[in-house]
Ligand binder design. Sequence first.
Ligand code: ZN
Length: 270
Amino acid sequence: MRHLFVSPHYDDIALSCGGTAACLARAGQAPDVVVVFGAEPDGTVPLTDFAAFQHDRWGLTPDQAVAGRLAEETAAAAQLGTRFRLLPFQDAIYRGDRYLDDEQLFGETAADEADLPAHIIAALDLVGPADRDLRLYCPLAVAGHVDHRHAFAAGVELARRGWDVRFYEDQPYALQPGTVEDRLAEVAAQGIRSEAPILIDVAATWAAKLAAIFAYRSQLPVIFRDYLHGGDAREEIAAAMRAYAEQVGGTSLCERMWRLTPLPDPSPRP
Ligand SMILES: [Zn+2]
């Protein structure tokens, strides 16, 4: 069986299911990662203030932003044993003036982007009949970042067409108590049923997962800002991630994924 991890951004797989990917790599399964929204911004269009603010927080100049994140992804992939490639889509902060603050970035997707999940499926070359020898891992879109929502919608559509899709809990968003439950309620309100969760024991690859997470130096101070209290940053991040993995894992360290059953397409094409 082949395994394809759909990563909205650089860093999402290491953070959310890096332990699972590393387990597969160690078992000789050669997992693939595809970064959906990692393309260079259009250099002829000025950055919005919001995009410039994000670069500032990452400590990267516009010229360095994608190259810097690509270098981080390469280092993380080496830790996990994954191979990755990029799809030709830009991060939400580069897609014109659709998303201009955190509220919009974690709100509803723009109405004129309704076709984006279909474009993602096409770019993944998954438009044909379901291949049951391929397992896909897509974000549950916990906390609702718009790029994660688009990747989630692509995963739901593929599940609807019979593909084997598992939805991983987006980190570090899922560390916040109640966020996963809130997201599952939102998903249920869309008529999508969640099955019993799947727990993957990742104790054996926990160290590799943390090493991969630590490769994303530009991102850590921003995404873990609620968990950094002035001590050793790596220890504080490791403690936050471990606490969650123990909470879902009980006696071991686990990553949790969900299988979703969407209702049949309400408007089947003839
Ligand atoms: Zn992301």
